[in-house]
Design a protein around this ligand. Structure first.
Ligand code: SF4
Ligand code: FES
Length: 361
């Protein structure tokens, strides 16, 4: 294996607390309680370690990061460490006073999630009455302040048909970028796969919509499209390759190569409160487990895409094939691709609105 590069980005999951209850939540089934969360000064030390390690971009996430009363202090600490700070939020809990404080402490960018384009749809999906109106107020405030905004439109079976309106809404809100992020099936979202998985026709229509919108909004708003993995012929290079570009820190300081890594049995994940971040990144068993391509099966070893996709997503291979060392079953060459094709066919056959969501509560 060649020399290990330093990480470029870090996702800090400040808390698992969240006022919303989105059925597509990628957080684990068992959420950490607030008394297990790291205090401000510990996070500040982690940010300094991350910057020393080479991290450039910090994504503050959750749960809902605004559930942390010390959010502005955390932003300030990250900026002092020299990191570019992006806040990933539903907007709930961001009052004008809190936005003033975040701006004053140097917040660089906001990524605002969008559950739907109307209060009826968005509040049902988010499981939070009044959430859509509050989100719109926050979005307008962000625009007034001139803070760079990305709208993260989370799309699935129940809202993909409203994609043109979601893109138009993002433009109206002054977003510089919209990420059309189709739900992937990890964490709680896997429990809701039947309810959330779109039909192939919906995904095909979404691709056409995105292409047309790229022309319409050219020069005004960047449109990124993350299709659902199952609908591709080949897998994505998840996280750019295991342990190659980024790391995640859970609310209790557990350091993970990706947000779903704890679904892989047999790996133990160190805490940044026990070991320096650099040791974890460069030497821990969990980060070394799937670095490179040596562990991949023969079908990948002989494949021209091996060094491009690294055999796909380890957590998806675990979830679908029961083997984290297998080729991602999304791959056309995988012996497990039949599982994915069956899921696609079943989603096509289900009437659109037949299945209810399972919320966390
Ligand atoms: Fe990727 Fe392996 Fe499939 Fe080739 S065979 S495309 S390397 S998952
Ligand atoms: Fe864990 Fe893809 S989500 S490797």
């Amino acid at each position: 294996m060649s020399a290990i590069p330093p990480p470029i980005s870090m996702l800090a999951e400040l808390t698992h607390r969240c006022p919303l209850a989105c059925p597509y939540c990628s957080n684990p089934l068992e959420l950490l309680k607030s008394d297990g969360e790291l205090p401000t000064e510990v996070w500040a030390g982690i940010f300094r370690q991350a910057a020393d390690l080479g991290v450039l971009q910090l994504h503050l996430s959750g749960g809902e990061p605004a559930a942390r009363r010390d959010l502005a202090d955390l932003v300030g600490a990250a900026r002092e460490a020299g990191l570019y700070v992006n806040l990933i939020t539903s907007g709930i809990g961001l009052t004008e006073a809190r936005l003033d404080a975040l701006e004053a402490r140097g917040l660089d960018h906001v990524q605002l999630s969008l559950q739907g384009v109307s209060d009826a749809v968005a509040d049902r999906i988010g499981g939070y009455a009044g959430g859509f109106d509050r989100k719109m107020a926050v979005a307008h405030s962000i625009a007034r302040r001139g803070l760079p905004l990305t709208v993260n439109a989370v799309m699935h079976r129940h809202n993909l048909d409203q994609l043109p309106q979601a893109i138009a809404l993002a433009a109206e809100l002054g977003a510089r970028r919209i990420e059309v992020a189709c739900v992937q099936f990890y964490g709680w979202a896997l429990k809701n796969r039947t309810a959330l998985q779109p039909s192939r026709a919906q995904v095909a229509a979404a691709k056409v919509t995105v292409e047309a919108a790229r022309d319409t909004y050219k020069g005004r708003m960047q449109i990124d499209f993350v299709p659902p993995d199952y609908y591709a012929d080949y897998p994505k290079a998840c996280m750019g390759g295991w342990g190659s570009t980024g790391l995640n820190i859970a609310p209790d300081g557990t350091v993970l190569p990706c947000h779903a890594a704890q679904t892989i049995p047999g790996l133990s994940f160190p805490k940044v409160t026990d070991l320096p971040l650099a040791d974890i990144w460069y030497r821990s068993d969990a980060f070394m487990a799937f670095r490179g391509t040596d562990y991949l099966p023969d079908i990948c070893q002989g494949c021209a895409r091996r060094d491009r996709d690294f055999g796909g997503c380890r957590c998806q291979a675990m979830a679908l094939a029961g083997d984290a060392r297998a080729a991602d079953p999304v791959c056309r060459h995988s012996p497990h691709r039949g599982l994915v094709d069956r899921l696609l066919a079943e989603a096509d056959d289900r009437p659109l609105e037949t299945t209810d969501f399972t919320y966390r509560r």
